[in-house]
Design a protein around this ligand. Structure first.
Ligand SMILES: Cc1ncc(COP(=O)(O)O)c(C=O)c1O
Length: 400
């Protein structure tokens, strides 16, 4: 009998965290590695949010709270959904967890039985399939290649649905591609879902606020109110409010699901950090202007990265609508030789080459389920990004 559980063998550690760790180790050893692997804003948490946390500590808000969130934060979340998404929820339909990741985990543990299918459009955020697998579910991947703008077509969704389908996980804007669905693209998908009553939607709206060039964000329950009673609308403060370390994510959905998720959380972590919850009330209710200021910087960086990468002959980089990632194709490198004589066979070989040759850390597309690509996070200083793109251009040119 093996000591480790059989289900642990179904999953792998997060590839993005592994790359970040490797880049940190090389930096610590004195190498001038530029890390473009991490998916977190380089901006600091705004001061008003920090001040709210300090005030909460001083006021003694340092004890256990309700398992799935304080009444104050739930109320702020209800107001956020109403104000920004035109969605009406009661506080009893809201769940707060230690990050968006825990929300997804709670929802899957609470609902997925052995053999249940979870549709995951690929490329996907690395954790979706593994969370489903850990719960005994079967991820069903739908390929969303670059020529579809990395978005799922309604006919491909239709073809993936079976009587065993329990969930569709949608993520717009997307990690790793930055692709975002317009309202009409979403409606075409929700039209399909309206014909399949057994399928629930988990919409991961984590990058809602990070959209550029006037793109208008929309979410499934808003586009198709008929789907609201089988939609879990997930969001969080990590990305837009630069609060990745504070660990607060939230969701709203049908009462029964929310109660089941609280039950899971009550037997795992209990409440998310009381101080982070107080800070999140300020994030959602306080001034929002800094978001537009950050977005102006992100957009400039996106444009620069896309332009510089596309200058390398044979390297193609699609310009995305949102988030802070690009997902260039390295198909043009496959089959070519490095100056050291190694043939690049996969996107993993390519990012390994980039790390050795250019000292730039990126993540291989294989980790996100669509190859041959690599993901670059442009949530790092413009100066470093320019340097990184120059190094990538040079490394690309050195391939034979
Ligand atoms: C698409 C997506 N969803 C969820 C998360 C998790 O967010 P959190 O840090 O709040 O757990 C991330 C973080 O990288 C993400 O990219």
């Amino acid at each position: 009998m093996s000591f480790l559980a059989e289900r642990l063998g179904r999953i792998k550690p997060s590839a993005t965290m592994a790359v970040t760790q490797k880049a940190r180790e090389l930096q610590a050893a004195g190498r001038k590695v530029i890390g473009l692997g991490a998916g977190e804003p380089d901006f600091d948490t705004p001061d008003n949010i920090k001040a709210a946390a300090i005030a909460a500590i001083r006021a003694g808000e340092t004890k256990y709270t309700n398992v799935d969130g304080t009444p104050a934060l739930k109320q702020a979340i209800v107001e956020k959904f109403n104000r920004e998404n035109g969605l009406d929820y009661e506080t009893s339909q809201v769940s707060v967890a230690s990050g968006g990741k825990q929300i997804i985990y709670n929802a899957m543990v609470a609902t997925v039985d052995e053999g249940d299918e979870v549709i995951v459009p690929a490329p996907y955020w690395v954790s979706y399939p593994d969370i489903a697998l850990l719960c005994g579910g079967e991820p069903v991947f739908v390929r969303c290649p670059e020529n579809n703008g990395f978005k799922m077509r309604p006919e491909d969704l239709e073809a993936a649905i079976t009587p065993k389908t329990k969930w569709l996980i949608l993520n717009s804007p997307s990690n790793p591609t930055g692709a975002a669905y317009t309202r009409s693209e979403l409606k075409a998908l929700t039209d399909v879902l309206m014909r399949h009553k057994q399928v629930w939607v988990l919409t991961d709206d984590m990058y809602e606020h990070l959209v550029y060039d006037g793109f208008e964000f929309a979410t499934p329950a808003q586009v198709e109110p008929g789907l609201k009673d089988r939609t879990l609308t997930m969001n969080g403060v990590s990305k837009a409010y630069c609060m990745t370390g504070w660990r607060i994510g939230y969701a709203a959905g049908p009462h029964e699901l929310i109660k089941a998720m609280a039950k899971v959380q009550s037997q795992s972590t209990s409440n998310p950090c009381s101080i982070s919850q107080a800070a999140s009330v300020e994030a959602l209710r306080g001034p929002q202007e800094f978001i537009a200021a950050h977005n102006a910087v992100y957009r400039e960086r996106r444009d620069m990265v896309v332009e510089m990468l596309n200058k390398a002959p044979g390297l193609t980089c699609h310009k995305p609508e949102g988030a802070f990632y690009v997902y260039p194709s390295c198909a043009g490198a496959i089959g070519r030789k490095t100056p050291q004589g190694k043939v690049i066979e996969t996107d993993e070989d390519f990012v390994t080459y980039l790390l050795g040759q250019a000292e730039v850390a990126a993540v291989q597309g294989a980790a996100f389920g669509l190859s041959p690509h690599f993901r670059i996070s442009y949530a790092t200083s413009t100066e470093l990004l320019r340097e990184a793109c120059t190094r990538i251009q040079k490394a690309w040119a050195a391939l034979r």
